[in-house]
Design a protein around this ligand. Structure first.
Ligand code: F6P
Length: 333
């Protein structure tokens, strides 16, 4: 099979007018930053030096936490490209506008620089999630100031979204609105190679992912769905289910894309708004899952239709194989 790199794939999309040059460059820059983060994640404890993570480095500075470092890698990679108006991140309270001497572009980038970072110390997959929106224009046709309000657009307006999983291999999953494609990092050539074209979420599934330690606090519809799965072939579903929970959304969602199933982080009596962030976790993942033929709701509403109220707002998430998501959503009605 002919090897297609991410760059070749994106150039192809540009030539067929699927994306413009600025969006192509933006995605390439994000992917390049993900390679750098992957290299750093791979070093693991070796990067901390022989005395462990609490020591200072050769410059007498304290070693930065990996999520902070990943944020800086993404910001530095993107700040000078000329295609961004502003950048928002889980690690930054407010959006970071692009300022002089750099040129401002038309896109807004939202990221979770290192998702699942509590898994790093125990050598379990982590990842980067990103979402791209257009900066809105004023009635006069000029780009708005890229403040928080400019970012508060429903997920259906995303022009691109994706995530990288730093696992046994580094995989970069992307959608620019015409399906979902995944690229594996070839460490010999340091390029992302298309390995999973046109991903479709399988409809037949018998796997669910949820943090079952919260079971006593779930709402009745979620409890009912999981009880029915657990009842297996003797219950109303008439088949046995398997449970998986990596506790890294990137790894859990990649599995759902490839093997089907459902991923849930519902609201509960303790986490009343849910746990995951709407704008840089739920929205990009829902865009990807829908583009792959799956579905995503908060139990009642399609995630991509939710009007955000604030940059860091949380939301319950139920996503994956369409029939399963529709079943849980119908239990909420
Ligand atoms: O970003 C939040 C996150 O780390 C997700 O990647 C993951 O799905 C979830 O939290 C894990 O939550 P818990 O610690 O409850 O298992």
């Amino acid at each position: 099979m002919r090897r297609v790199t991410l760059t070749q794939f994106l150039v192809g999309r540009q030539q067929s007018n699927g994306i413009n040059a600025d969006l192509r460059l933006l995605v390439e820059t994000i992917a390049r930053a993900c390679k750098a983060i992957s290299t750093r994640v791979n070093k693991g404890a070796l990067a901390d030096g022989p005395a462990g993570p609490a020591t200072s480095n050769v410059h007498g500075e304290l070693q930065k936490k990996l999520d902070v470092l990943s944020n800086e890698i993404l910001l530095e990679a993107n700040v000078w490209g000329g295609n961004l108006a502003a950048f928002a991140s889980e690690e930054e309270e407010k959006p970071v506008p692009i300022t002089e001497p750099y040129k401002r572009g038309e896109y807004l980038l939202l990221i979770d620089p290192l998702d699942g970072s509590s898994n790093i110390d125990v050598n379990i997959s982590v990842g980067t999630i990103f979402s791209v929106l257009r900066c809105p224009k004023t009635p006069e046709g000029k780009f708005c100031e890229p403040e928080e309000a400019a970012f508060l657009q429903p997920g259906s307006r995303q022009v691109a979204a994706g995530f990288a999983v730093y696992g046994p291999t580094t995989v970069f999953v992307l959608s620019v609105g015409d399906g979902v494609h995944a690229f594996t990092l070839d460490r010999e050539t340091y390029t992302f190679v298309l390995t999973h074209p046109e991903i479709r979420v399988p409809t037949e599934t018998a796997e669910f992912a949820i943090n079952a330690s919260n079971m006593r606090r779930w709402e009745p519809p979620v409890k009912r769905y999981i009880d029915e799965c657990l009842a297996g072939s003797e219950g109303p579903r008439g088949k046995d289910f398997n449970m998986r929970w990596v506790a890294s959304m990137v790894a859990d969602v990649f599995r759902v894309l490839w093997r089907g199933g459902i991923f849930m982080y519902p609201r509960d009596s303790k986490q009343k708004e849910g746990r995951l962030r709407l704008m840089y976790e739920a929205n990009p993942m829902s865009f990807i899952v829908e583009q792959a033929g799956g579905a995503a709701t908060d139990g009642r509403t399609r995630i991509l239709d939710i009007q955000p109220q604030s940059l860091h707002q949380k939301v319950p998430v139920i996503l994956g194989s369409r029939e399963e998501v529709e079943r849980v959503t119908s239990y909420h009605r």
